[in-house]
Structure formats: structure tokens, C-alpha cells
Write a protein that binds this ligand. Structure first.
Ligand code: HAM
Length: 434
């Protein structure tokens, strides 16, 4: 009987782990460069944490279960509710700004498809405790910098952004009441997945009397930022003026942070999650038809919903699977071959204990070192060293017997040198460094 992993879940063989670690290193490195600190949470949470405010779509996709006492839990489908819980619990003690990142593994009962799995890793980057649009710009800059760091240019990817407050004001202008906005956002969010025709149909079923789906679709597709700002400041009150001001500040910060080329205003972005209150953004390939590579936004009341004081937040999540799909399409699949520093070779079985001592000393010096577990001739050991992609071979042979010398072969240059064991071990950086 052959057992495969469950649908939408992956095995990670060493070559897959190398690729995962390549991405995790890039995620971690960019986060640290921007001054973020890493945190983690539990793999499952109480079901309630997600039913409070994540929104219909996420709740429909939960893997949930009850323990023997009948308490209900769900495997985390996203990190933001956990983050809000952590921050709420220590809201008064945490120094501001709270700049945290995490790389959690999570599950959603989605229909598995290209770049969307049932189990995935999601890089989360969030700033809490800052009301200023500067924080919004900073997290967007982190996202743009990740693309830059992995060699994806602003011609290949775009971070589309908008604001829920702005979108709500525009919808109000069309006659949609504030209460109905959330529902309208869900419809707009689904448009990307289901297409314009299905959007118009759904919209007309609910709001045709107020404004037709076709009018809204036309507007969303063509509206530029100036039109929207003019529209809302003409009709709406002070709140709309504040939104317009925040929005222009955000744009200015994006320019100063040198990421404006990666960003574009797009009225169609509203995001599906229910807790967003302000800026929202999603990254898409510019030329490929793919779902979002990352998504995020501002959520100013989530800590209150989980029982804490108000701590405004803004951040994003980026999945590993969509990014790998994207890199595969770009034919920029990361090369992550396995490599070791040194392969130690013994010239005959009697010298094997000495070879093991040399290997131990080199490992203790911090090098990655291996040797053959089978006693075999030097030629075969060299072959194994080459298969392992070793940078050097260190041979324990006749010279060692006679004069305590080791032969060092550099595979990159082909050069061969002889050094006293004592000298080699005393300065591995010099003889075996990069
Ligand atoms: P989200 O839009 O649900 O937002 O997910 C964000 C990103 O996670 C997506 O753009 C995609 O890259 C990845 N993702 C989502 N579902 C899957 C899946 N089934 N397989 C692979 N990747 C997936 C959130 O989760 C928010 N909590 C993000 C956030 C953080 N907002 C503020 N801070």
C-alpha cells in the first residue's frame, strides 16, 4: 500500500528544505534589516479567536476539532488574531513601536490549486502601536525589499494598494450605507477570483436599486487616485479629508523609502478579511495571471476585539507556495545545491582513526565536514567528495605517517598543498576559508 500526504499538503525532502530555508533566510534577513523581532504562537487556537472577526471566507476554511472536554479549537489559518492576542495580553508593558515578524506554518481547508495549498508557511510582518501612515509605508517597503532581495524587479511585480476608508467613502457616494460596506467589500474582493461578470450578477442581486454592478465595475477599473480623492472630499465630511491627507502622506513615504516603483494605487483592492480598517494592499505578478503573492493592511480594533486596549496595527502575510509558483514561472527557481566545506579522506584503513580525529577537529572549528562511512580506496573517496560538492578534500596519507602532514585539495582551483596538521588546524580560515 502506498500512502501519499493528504491533498494540498507537502513532504519536504532535503532538496525541498534547502529551498524553503533559502526563502526563510531571505524573509528573516529583510525583517531584521528593518528592525523587526521574531515571535511565535501555538499551532492551534480556540475556535472563537477566528470567528470574532476574520470573516466568512476564513471561517469556512477552518480545520477545527474538539478536545475530549468538548472545547473547540482550530488549526491557525492566519497569524493576525494570534498576534493581536499576544499584544493585547501585554499591551501596557510592550515598548512602542511593536515591530514583530513570524514565519508560522498554517492550514486552510482550501481547494488545493496553483500557489494555494492546505498547509503552507506564511511570513507575517506587522507594526503595532503606530497610528501614522508611516507604519503602513514601512511594512509595504519591507514587502518591496523582499522582492528586490530575491531579484524580482518592479517590472515583474506590483503592490496594489488602496484604503478601506477611501473605498467606504466612495461607496457611500454611490449610495451604499456604512452598514452594507463590509458585504460590498466581500463582493469586490471576490471579483479577482470570479471575474467581472459574476461580480455584476452578484452585485445586482443585492444593490441594483442603489447602483448597478456595471457602474461600480467601470468605476473600480478606471478610477485613479485623484478622481477618488476629489469625489470623497467633495461630498463627505472631515473624516474623508483626514483619509485623503493620510493617503497622500502614505504615497510620499513610499517615495522617500524608494519603493514607489513597486507600488500602484488600485481601487479594486479591498481585501477579504473583515478586520481591516484603513490601508490595504496586495502584491501581484505584473504579467502573469496569478492570485495574490502577499496581502495585508491596517487593522485598528483587533486588540480590543480580543479583550485588550486599543493598539492599532498594520502588516501583511506572504505565503511560501505562491512565491515559489511565481519564481517557477519566471524561471528563477533558486539554485540551492548542498555543499560541504571539507571531505576527509584516509589513504588506508589504518589511518582512518587519524582521519576521524582530523574531521572532529575541523568540525569543532566550525566547518561542515564529512567522510566516507565505508573503507574504500582513495579514488572512490574522492568521487564521494565531489558528489557531496565539497570545497576541499583533506587527505590523511603517507605524509601524515611520516611528518604529520595533511594534503589539502581545493576543488575549485584544482590546487593541491601540503600543510602540517598543527598549522592547518590552528588557522582553518587561512587554509580552508572561502
Ligand atoms: P490573506 O490574504 O488571507 O491575509 O493571506 C495573505 C497571503 O498568504 C496570501 O496573499 C498568500 O500569499 C498566502 N496564502 C493565503 N492562503 C494560502 C494558501 N492556502 N496557500 C498558500 N499561501 C496562502 C492574511 O492571512 C492576513 N492575516 C495577513 C496580515 C498580516 N494582515 C495583517 N497582518
Amino acid at each position: 500500500m502506498k500512502l501519499a500526504p493528504p491533498p494540498g499538503m507537502r513532504d519536504f525532502y532535503p532538496e525541498d528544505m534547502r529551498r524553503q530555508n533559502w526563502l526563510f533566510d531571505a524573509w528573516r534577513n529583510v525583517s531584521l534589516r528593518f528592525g523587526f523581532e521574531e515571535y511565535e504562537g501555538p499551532i492551534f487556537e480556540t475556535l472563537e479567536l477566528y470567528t470574532i472577526k476574520s470573516g466568512e471566507e476564513i471561517v469556512d476554511q477552518l480545520f477545527h476539532f474538539a478536545d475530549r472536554g468538548g472545547r473547540e479549537f482550530a488549526i491557525r489559518p492566519e497569524m493576525t488574531p494570534t498576534l493581536a492576542r499576544l499584544v493585547a495580553a501585554r499591551a501596557n508593558a510592550l515598548p512602542r513601536p511593536i515591530k514583530w515578524f513570524s514565519i508560522p506554518r498554517m492550514c486552510r481547508a482550501e481547494r488545493p490549486q496553483r500557489g494555494r495549498l492546505r498547509e503552507f508557511f506564511q511570513w507575517n510582518v506587522d507594526i503595532l502601536g503606530v497610528d501614522d501612515p508611516l507604519a503602513d509605508a514601512e511594512v509595504i517597503a519591507v514587502a518591496a525589499e523582499l522582492f528586490r532581495a530575491i531579484g524580482v524587479t518592479s517590472d515583474e511585480v506590483v503592490i496594489r494598494y488602496s484604503s478601506r476608508r477611501l473605498a467606504a467613502a466612495v461607496l457611500q457616494d454611490f449610495g451604499i450605507t456604512p452598514d452594507a460596506c463590509e458585504r460590498a467589500f466581500q463582493l469586490i474582493d471576490r471579483m479577482e477570483k470570479r471575474g467581472g461578470e459574476s461580480f455584476v450578477e452578484e452585485w445586482d442581486r443585492q444593490y441594483k436599486e442603489v447602483v448597478s454592478g456595471a457602474t461600480v465595475l467601470d468605476f473600480l477599473a478606471s478610477a485613479d487616485i485623484d478622481t477618488c480623492l476629489k469625489m470623497i472630499t467633495r461630498t463627505a465630511g472631515d473624516a474623508a479629508h483626514a483619509t485623503a491627507h493620510e493617503f497622500s502622506q502614505l504615497q510620499r513615504h513610499l517615495e522617500h523609502l524608494n519603493v514607489a516603483d513597486y507600488c500602484a494605487f488600485d481601487m479594486k483592492v479591498v481585501r477579504g478579511l473583515a478586520y481591516y480598517t484603513g490601508t490595504i494592499f496586495e502584491a501581484f505578478p505584473r504579467t502573469l495571471d496569478m492570485r495574490a503573492l502577499l496581502g495585508g493592511g491596517r487593522y485598528d480594533s483587533l486588540t480590543e476585539l480580543v479583550g485588550g486596549p486599543r493598539v492599532p496595527g498594520v502588516g501583511f502575510g506572504a505565503g511560501d507556495a505562491p512565491l515559489f509558483e511565481f519564481l517557477r514561472e519566471l524561471k528563477r527557481w533558486p539554485e540551492t545545491g548542498s555543499k560541504i566545506d571539507v571531505f576527509v579522506i584516509d589513504a588506508d584503513t589504518e589511518l582512518f582513526p587519524a582521519a576521524q580525529r582530523v574531521a572532529s577537529a575541523l568540525r569543532a572549528a566550525g566547518l561542515t565536514v564529512d567522510y566516507s562511512y565505508k573503507r574504500q580506496n582513495v579514488g572512490k573517496q574522492f568521487k564521494q567528495a565531489a558528489n557531496r560538492n565539497a570545497r576541499f578534500a583533506v587527505v590523511v596519507g603517507q605524509e601524515y605517517r611520516d611528518r604529520q602532514q595533511l594534503v589539502v585539495k581545493n576543488f575549485a582551483t584544482g590546487a593541491q598543498e601540503v600543510h602540517l596538521e598543527r598549522e592547518l588546524l590552528a588557522d582553518t580560515a587561512r587554509y580552508l576559508g572561502r
